[in-house]
Design a binder for this molecule. Structure first.
Ligand code: NDP
Length: 424
């Protein structure tokens, strides 16, 4: 590649691409809500009848603010064991309190108590969803501007540094672990507001269906059960999540903050939103089959994630599928100097370099298939997830090659497939 070609490619990746995403994704997310909630998930109906753009409401603002403050209090005040994140590039280790499962349980009990006591109408979240998504999206953009200003003026820790490209810094973020006092802003936004909110949105659709009709359709029950189980397992595994790309490597800017406030609640629960607005009849046998496939995929994803973390935490002194794990010992450089680590080459990590991504896509498909073949738009989420995870696998390969050099090439030679053995 010539210098001119390289600078064009960098311009596309660091400026034009992020700009396009930041301009197009917010209206697209709201358009998806309009199509799924108001036009039976039909693109043709959306185009012929026009997009119902949501309007902000005081109720949506109050719900979102109250929810975020409640989650910040739970994150800071609930007890839990202290866990350390992996070493950052500057050699620091962040401290976290492992209390996500307790926070999830308290939040869901509180939500059900509000519903059963009559203090919250069962259709409130569904009715206010458009306004909630709009307010969340605006909060994501304003929050990104504040993060950008904090990164430039009052960054926390040594893992930071503007890249010199303001568009890219806004999009990707300047700081790795921005904190205010003891409050970890990244964990609060991603896990406690974004992921927790997803589970509540889906639960509210089930409650609304039940209150309106006295029953919950099979299709919504299966899709909702799998999505809520996915979020619950995420919360029980949050101490492992702090060692993943989002928390350990990606900086905190528009991509992650708007992603969890504006994109996640509009796109991830798509199947449940479609089924709540457009009931689908699903036979008992297909319902059970999808539950089993989705449940199996969830278990596989968890086992793969947990296996890597268990082997690293014990420095290889554990069993993987009944045997001593096969590992490659690696050396890499952080700002602190030379460090040691390991790459697991057996178990799930010997099948493919990101087997967990493949099972995650299968799970998303299992909770979308109850929507049947009446509309294509609910399938946007699994399709987007597949593209995003393929891109992520390629991005992770590049990062790991930079970090581990020849050792990463040796791992790739022994485990040639990225996600699915024999296929990709
Ligand atoms: P992984 O859990 O696959 O972790 C990748 C990191 O693990 C690498 O950067 C590297 O980090 C380390 N690593 C790579 N290979 C090995 C190995 N052989 N042995 C030990 N360590 C290794 O990626 P993610 O963080 O992206 O995903 C975590 C979970 O979150 C997955 O289940 C994924 O499906 C899910 N996910 C869901 C998304 C969604 O929107 N639904 C989005 C993204 C992820 P290091 O520098 O520490 O070596």
């Amino acid at each position: 590649m010539t210098d001119v070609e390289a600078s064009r490619a960098a311009g596309l990746e660091r400026t034009a691409g992020p700009l396009l995403i930041m301009l197009a994704a917010p209206p697209f997310a709201l358009m998806m809500w309009s199509a799924l909630a108001r036009h039976d998930g039909s693109l043709a109906a959306l185009l012929s009848e026009g997009i119902d753009w949501p309007r902000p409401s005081l109720a949506a603002f109050a719900i979102l603010l109250g929810f975020a403050v409640f989650q910040a209090l739970l994150l800071t005040l609930l007890p839990g064991r202290t866990v350390l994140g992996p070493p950052t590039p500057a050699g620091a280790r962040m401290r976290y309190t492992d209390n996500a499962a307790l926070a999830w349980t308290i939040t869901h009990i509180a939500f059900l108590a509000l519903l059963f006591s009559g203090l919250m109408p069962p259709g409130l979240i569904f009715d206010e969803l458009g306004a909630l998504l709009l307010v969340g999206s605006i909060a994501g953009i304003l929050g990104t501007a504040l993060l950008y200003a904090k990164g430039r003026l009052a960054a926390s820790g040594a893992d930071r540094g503007p890249s010199g490209n303001a568009v890219f810094d806004f999009y990707w973020g300047i700081e790795l672990h921005p904190r205010i006092g003891g409050l970890d802003l990244k964990l609060l936004a991603i896990s406690r507001v974004g992921m927790m909110g997803w589970s509540l949105i889906v639960l509210s659709f089930v409650a609304r269906d039940y209150w309106q009709t006295g029953a919950v359709t099979n299709a919504l029950a299966v899709s909702a059960a799998l999505q809520i189980a996915y979020v619950a397992r995420f919360m029980w595994w949050e101490a492992g999540y702090i060692a993943t790309l989002d928390i350990a490597h990606d900086r905190f800017g528009f991509y992650l903050l708007w992603g969890v406030l504006g994109w996640l609640p509009a796109i991830y629960p798509s199947a449940a939103l479609y089924l709540a607005s457009h009931p689908v009849a699903l036979g008992t046998l297909p319902a059970l089959a999808l539950l089993a496939i989705g449940g199996g995929a969830l278990v596989l994803t968890h086992l793969a994630d947990a296996q890597r973390q268990r082997v690293r935490a014990s420095d290889g002194q554990c069993l993987v599928w009944g045997r001593r794990p096969d590992v490659i010992r690696v050396r890499y450089h952080s700002l602190k100097g030379s460090e040691e680590g390991l790459l697991l080459v057996s178990g799930f990590w010997g099948l493919a370099r990101h087997f967990n991504y493949a099972s995650e896509i299968l799970l998303a498909l299992a909770w979308t298939l109850p929507c049947g073949s009446g509309a294509l738009l609910p399938y946007f989420y699994p399709a987007y997830l597949a593209v995003m995870l393929v891109h992520r696998a390629l991005r992770d390969d590049r990062r790991c090659r930079r970090k581990y050099g020849a050792s990463w090439d040796a791992y790739c030679a022994r485990v040639p497939y990225r996600m699915l053995p024999g296929i990709f």
